[in-house]
Design a protein around this ligand. Structure first.
Ligand code: FAD
Length: 400
């Protein structure tokens, strides 16, 4: 046996799972296909202040570039709602530097990281995953953590997951521009970003990460259109593309000898496509279950299945609420969205929403969804925008 645990992929989820297992004295090997951890990065790098703490990482100038206190949300016809908090709510981070910090933390507790090695397939014996192999090598481990990210190629080829809903394609670039340094912008509209939204995330008062994701069409063309609309004729760096998952968790993320974590398990917020914190939190649960399996010598689903139970117990209803909100958002036309913003503004709901958001949680969004749906004023605006039936569906799901 080459190691107790073999982790495939040195993204945040793989590294947090690796750190959790290695910190309990088990041997952990992490394989990363790229030459450098965190390179290339396509991530917009917005992570809640609370979320970073929850995954056990101290904010540091080595990766935190800016801090955000609020957001401006634009309707398709250009109306906007501004949400502002007194407290810092989110960090804008350099994802490459964050991933490298997470790698340091995993290596510090004994994990062994090898870069430039691509796992080509998971190896199986009698239906149990026993390791992985690649060009001219085979690694055996008592259990494998598949943290390969959104492609899920290894998991699909091993037959442990089927094709889910197609991911969105996201693109992200950096632009020199004049922006409010502490405000994130979110832009909706079928002409801007069909099926999702565009974002402007300031890294400072004169530089922003600008991107979007779409369910159809060429996102780079939509990005060019959005940049022109928002910033005029401005030059920008060639955008980087990546898959944005919004369909929610896979049905099953534990198999004999194998756990899926992070994007590979669909542990991404269906509302925003953000996966660093929620994916990381679930990956830490995977690490704890792996420790139990290694301690007891039982890597069957009897023990590894406790990982599925743990993330469902802790975050299952969060995922479900966010999935419902996503599926409603997918069905709201631009005209309805514009109407929603109008009713909302005319009813003067901004202050109340600010209070709700100030109390709310960027990562665990169920609480704020429930509270918003209990507010008569917000309900009235939402009925104008979403229609009664859609709203009843949402309320039913969060058991109001
Ligand atoms: C455009 C865009 C913007 C985003 N913005 C945000 C944001 O602002 N905030 C946020 O929280 N989330 C954001 N996300 C989502 C976030 O990037 C992911 O949820 C997160 O990276 C998932 O972490 P992970 O460790 O599961 O996978 P990844 O970060 O994808 O890491 C997987 C790693 O595995 C490696 N790998 C893959 N296959 C193999 C193999 N066969 N062998 C060896 N190594 C392999 C890859 O090289 C990679 O390093 C964004 C995504 C996109 C596409």
């Amino acid at each position: 046996m080459d190691s107790d645990a073999l982790v495939i992929g040195a993204g945040p989820s793989g590294l947090l799972a690796a750190k959790t297992i290695a910190s309990r004295g088990f041997s952990v090997r992490i394989l990363e296909e790229h030459a450098k951890v965190g390179v290339p990065s396509h991530c917009a790098g917005l992570i809640s202040v609370e979320g970073l703490k929850r995954i056990g990482v101290e904010a540091s100038g080595s990766f935190v570039q800016n801090t955000i206190t609020g957001g401006r949300i634009y309707s398709p016809d250009g109306q906007y709602v501004e949400i502002k908090d007194r407290r810092p709510r989110a960090h804008v981070i350099d994802r490459t530097a964050l991933d490298q910090r997470l790698a340091e933390l995993a290596v510090d507790v004994g994990a062994e990281l090898t870069t430039g090695v691509r796992a080509e397939r998971l190896t199986l014996s009698d239906g149990c995953v026993t390791g992985a192999s690649g060009a001219g090598w085979v690694e055996e481990a008592r259990l494998v953590i598949d943290a390969e990210g959104p492609s899920r190629r290894l998991a699909r080829e091993a037959g442990v997951i089927n094709n889910g809903r197609a991911p969105l394609l996201g693109v992200n670039t950096e632009i020199g521009c004049d922006v409010d340094a502490d405000i994130v912008e979110v832009w909706f509209g079928e002409e801007t970003a069909p099926g999702f939204f565009a974002w402007v995330i300031p890294t400072s008062g004169n530089q922003a990460r600008v991107g979007l994701a779409t369910k159809s069409g060429d996102p780079t063309k939509f990005l060019a259109g959005f940049v022109k609309k928002r910033f005029g004729d401005t030059k920008y760096l060639p955008p980087r593309a990546g898959q944005v998952l919004v369909e929610g968790p896979v049905n099953k993320s534990s198999f004999p000898g194998l756990l899926l974590v992070g994007d590979a398990a669909g542990h991404v917020k269906p509302t925003t496509g953000g996966g660093v914190v929620l994916g990381g939190l679930c990956a830490i649960e995977a690490g704890k279950t792996a420790v139990k399996a290694l301690e007891t010598g039982d890597t069957s689903t009897k023990t590894l299945g406790e990982y599925d139970e743990a993330w469902r117990r802790l975050y299952g209803s969060e995922f479900r609420s966010m999935q419902t909100l996503r599926s409603l958002a997918d069905r709201v036309s631009d005209a309805r969205m514009n109407r929603f913003f109008r009713v909302f503004r005319d009813a003067g709901l901004g202050d109340r929403v600010n209070e709700l958001v100030a109390e709310g949680d960027m990562d665990l969004q169920e609480g704020v969804i429930r509270r918003a749906l209990s507010e008569p004023g917000i309900m009235k605006a939402a009925i104008g925008g979403l229609g009664r039936l859609a709203l009843a569906e949402l309320r039913g799901l969060v058991n109001l």
